[in-house]
Design a protein around this ligand. Sequence first.
Ligand SMILES: [Fe+2]
Length: 363
Amino acid sequence: MAPSVSDIASNAAEQVSNGLSKLNLKETKQEEKPQDKGPSYPFYYPYFDAAEKFPPTELFEHTDPGLRADPKKPNLLGPNTKVHHISPYLGTEITGVQLSQLNEAGLDELALYTAERKVVVFRDQDFKDIGPDKQIALTKRYGPIQRHPTSGNVKGYPEFHVVYRDAENDRFKEYLGDNRANKTSWHSDVSYERQPPGTTFFFILDQPPVGGDTLFASQVEAYNRLSDGFKKRLEGLRAVHSAVAQAEHSRQRGGPVRREPVESEHPVVRVHPVTGEKALFVNPGFTRRIVGFKDEESEWLLKFLFDHITKGADFSIRAAWQPGTVVIWDNRVSIHSATPDFDKNLRRHAVRLTPQAEVPIPA
Ligand SMILES: [Fe+2]
């Protein structure tokens, strides 16, 4: 009989705990409890300072590096590069490229390639080891890095958005409560910003042996699936994206609210500045209402769109994390969700760098 999900999860937990037991044999005998070595990268342990404050974000001119890129991408995809497409619509896994070694042209091509593929999974990267200054210098080429108003960051480096879970810290439970049958939580990162992020970097530091994948869906293909009449109805509509609930949640638990929460109106259908592709730009995480619609009309339309984009298994992928994986996604044309399916005693530690892009271009 095939093992159940809980068998696999508890076997994985057991493997890790066995590994820890071997490493800490003496302590284990004395305390009868495996000792946790702690995070592999303690520098990036989430830092929360409720007194930390940022000024309001100012508008800036954005020119996407993808516009400068050679469409053939000779500096990104060399003869040693292995390219594996995960779905026709989005997601490509790449080995044989070291992000930290790309030249300027290669970094521009990366923006174009990410826009085209929506999600690119780079394996075996040294990115996690090049240090915070180089990590920030490389990623801010794609736009000023968003400093998150509420999440854990790194002391002295507010550019880092830290995602962390271990036996003592369960942020999934904090955010979603403990009574959800389905713990997926689809969103486009910080879409409430006046200039929401584009090319976004996420690198893993500790991961469970099984589980903790990230789900992604293409908002371009979600748009393409609609009928011409429905597409026409959506074009010109705007929706409100709100940071208020996130700020309130942080305030209630005594966490930081580094900037007063913003609400932005964005087009329901936006155009990517590099590829020209049209994409739906609503998400259950932050989109609250359709501007100018009555409450029931707005609820009806958003419910349909949320169902459509989050249930499109035929235009979504799951990205699995291995040591050294860096995933880059374009938040303008994709949505994603964590899968908090792994044993709660296991650690998952990752860091996001989130360059902001243009004011969304309406279709
Ligand atoms: Fe996210």
